[in-house]
Structure formats: structure tokens, C-alpha cells
Ligand binder design. Structure first.
Ligand code: AHG
Ligand code: MN
Ligand code: MN
Length: 339
């Protein structure tokens, strides 16, 4: 639903604070993250002219080659969030371990986790990329948090969001009271609310998956997708369309806009790691956003937000989007496991 009169992110956050749904620290934290994302948006937008494309020549803890923009986006988020006084620590997909806020600065009560640049394989081909973030409370009595203090299930998130750097730059946010979208007004430099209380349709005829992994999937996923592909002639009795951007932010954004389901299931190639996508930086924040928009998110066997993390960089299978379709995929897994 489009708001009657567009309001800025700043006004939305002030209104949430006045309604007692967030405190001043969380409001400032979100403002700082949004400001950092504007800086990242500028860098991404410069493309080849800014010398930001291509590989950084380094690797991250996940064993992935880093793009220059992975490193730039990580540095922007680190620098912006170090000195505000509302955080106790930060963790990033691109860093081996979490970092407590340096002693030189005041420390606050929140923990921030981020995937600084999601979909980085798409940077050099000028396809949408994004930033994903999640906010947790620092456990009581902990002043210098370590990795273990970040290992909280997704249900404890107090805020999650992502930005997508596409034809327009958008910020999608939840503080646990609905999911709302803001579009960057580049002339003014403000995020303006362009969708309030997004609702993902419960049913869909569109799915997103990397089909090249088909032969590596588990049997229930093979059977489920075969039934989608069989369309009108199969057990589902309707034709499905397929989309795969390979930037989770862009695929999730499409689902928030017009419904759909997104899958990154377990496969033989990623089985040892537990999946492809990261629980703390990708699956949990996106699952919170999707649930707050009336959708569902699962590993195929468990509600995503209830997974107890065991490692900062833990990976999980992901199925999220239109709730009835996620329920179908989960049903195929349950039937398989029972048999
Ligand atoms: P990242 O760029 O942060 O490493 O994440 C990439 C992720 C996600 O955005 C996307 O859905 C998926 O990897 C793409 O995987 P494929 O390469 O299998 O298409
Ligand atoms: Mn990512
Ligand atoms: Mn990334």
C-alpha cells in the first residue's frame, strides 16, 4: 500500500520512536546504516568510471575471491558504524571474526551484522547488487562482545534490512512492525517511503532457483521442482514461471513486490558446509523481512528464524517467499523424511 503522503526514513523512524516501538539508539543506528548504504550506492553507481569494478585480489574467510566493491562496502560500513555510540560490536561476511567497538569510542547495546555487498558476481555485469544487515541486542553484562555473543536465533533480531542498488536504490526495513520500502531520492539525498506494510501474496506461480545445481539436490527438492516444471499437466495443475537474478537482494525484492519463492537448497556441492547462503548475514535478516510481510522462511525442515546458530559464518539451506508455496516445499521434505 502506498502511503498517503510520502514520508522520509527519518520521519518514519521518529514516528516509530514516539510510538515506543524503537528507542533513540536503534533509530540512530538505522540512520547511520542507511547513510553508509547511500555512500555504497554512489560507489556502485560509478562503475567503471570509479575504478571500482573487478577483483580485489584477496579472499575472505569463506574461501571466496573478493571483489573491489566487497572490500569498499565493508570498509564504508565499518567506518560509519564505529563511532556512533549505539553499537557494542560488528560482524561481517567479509571478516574472519566479529569486532568489538574500539575502546576509543563509546559503546552501546546493539550488535550489527552485515553482508556488505550481496550478489557480487553481478557487479561487473551491471546487474543489481545490495547490502543486507541484521541488528541484535548485545547480551546483558557483555561490554566487549566476541563471536559467541552474536550466535542468537533470528527470532531475537530487533531490526533487519537490505538495500538494493538497481535502477533505483531502495532500502527495505523491518523493526518487527511490518516491512516497509524506501526509495532513495538522489537529488535530495533522502530515503522516501514508497511502500508501507508490504504484503507478499500467499500463493504464487513464480519460483527462483539456480537450476544448474538440479542434479546435486536432495530427492525431495528434485521431486518438488519436477512437479513445478510439469506445470498444468503435473500434480500442481498450474504453470510456473522462473526467475533467477543470482543476487539474493534482487530475487527477494521481486518476491516482496509481486510474490514468488526463492530457494537455495542443500546440494551435494555445499552439503559439507551446510548450504550456500549464510544464516547470520543473509538467511536471518531476509527471513525476518519476509515474515513481517506475511511470507514464510524455512530451511526445508525448520522455521529459519528458530535455527540456533553454531557459528558466525554458518550456512543453511534457504526457502522463502509466498507462504503457501514455502509450505508446499516443506511438505515435500517432510514426506521424504517420513518415508
Ligand atoms: P555474495 O555475493 O554475498 O557472496 O552472495 C551471493 C549469493 C546470493 O546473493 C545469490 O542468491 C547466490 O549467492 C548466487 O548463487 P549462484 O552463484 O549459485 O547463482
Ligand atoms: Mn550475499
Ligand atoms: Mn557478500
Amino acid at each position: 500500500m502506498k502511503p498517503a503522503k510520502p514520508i522520509s526514513l527519518t520521519r518514519y523512524l521518529i514516528e516509530e520512536q514516539h510510538a515506543g516501538r524503537i528507542n533513540a539508539d536503534l533509530r540512530l543506528l538505522i540512520e547511520v546504516v542507511a547513510r553508509a548504504c547511500k555512500t555504497i550506492s554512489m560507489s556502485v553507481g560509478k562503475g567503471a568510471l570509479g575504478g571500482v569494478l573487478g577483483d580485489a585480489g584477496t579472499g575472505n574467510i569463506q574461501g571466496e575471491a573478493q571483489k573491489k566493491l566487497d572490500v569498499i562496502a565493508n570498509d564504508v560500513l565499518l567506518e560509519a558504524n564505529a563511532w556512533g555510540g549505539h553499537l557494542a560490536g560488528l560482524a561481517s561476511e567479509e571478516m574472519d571474526h566479529s569486532q568489538p567497538i574500539p575502546d576509543a569510542f563509546q559503546r552501546g547495546n546493539y550488535l550489527l551484522l552485515f553482508d556488505p555487498l550481496d550478489g557480487s558476481s553481478n557487479i561487473d555485469v551491471n546487474i543489481s547488487v545490495g547490502t543486507i544487515f541484521s541488528v541484535l541486542r548485545c547480551p546483558d553484562g557483555v561490554t566487549s562482545p566476541g563471536d559467541e555473543h552474536f550466535l542468537q536465533p533470528g527470532t531475537t533480531q530487533v531490526c533487519a534490512g537490505y538495500t538494493t542498488y538497481g535502477p533505483s536504490t531502495m532500502l527495505v526495513l523491518t523493526v518487527g512492525h511490518g516491512t516497509h520500502a524506501f526509495t532513495l531520492d538522489r537529488e535530495v539525498g533522502s530515503f522516501i517511503m514508497t511502500a508501507r506494510d508490504i504484503q507478499i501474496p500467499a500463493d504464487t506461480k513464480e519460483f527462483a532457483i539456480n537450476m544448474s545445481n538440479q542434479r546435486h539436490w536432495e530427492p525431495p527438492m528434485q521431486r518438488y521442482v519436477a512437479d513445478l516444471l510439469a506445470g498444468k499437466d503435473g500434480p500442481r495443475g498450474k504453470d510456473f514461471n522462473m526467475r533467477w537474478v543470482a543476487s539474493m537482494v534482487a530475487d527477494v525484492h521481486r518476491i516482496l513486490t509481486r510474490g514468488g519463492v526463492f530457494f537455495y537448497p542443500l546440494d551435494a556441492k555445499c552439503r559439507d558446509k551446510g548450504g550456500k547462503l549464510r544464516l547470520m548475514y543473509e538467511a536471518n535478516p531476509m527471513s525476518f523481512i519476509v515474515e513481517q510481510a506475511g511470507g514464510a522462511a524455512s530451511t526445508g525442515r525448520q522455521r529459519m528464524l528458530e535455527v540456533q546458530p553454531t557459528g558466525l559464518h554458518q550456512r543453511v539451506p534457504v526457502m522463502l517467499g509466498s507462504r503457501n508455496e514455502v509450505a508446499e516445499a516443506v511438505r515435500y521434505h517432510a514426506e521424504h523424511d517420513r518415508a
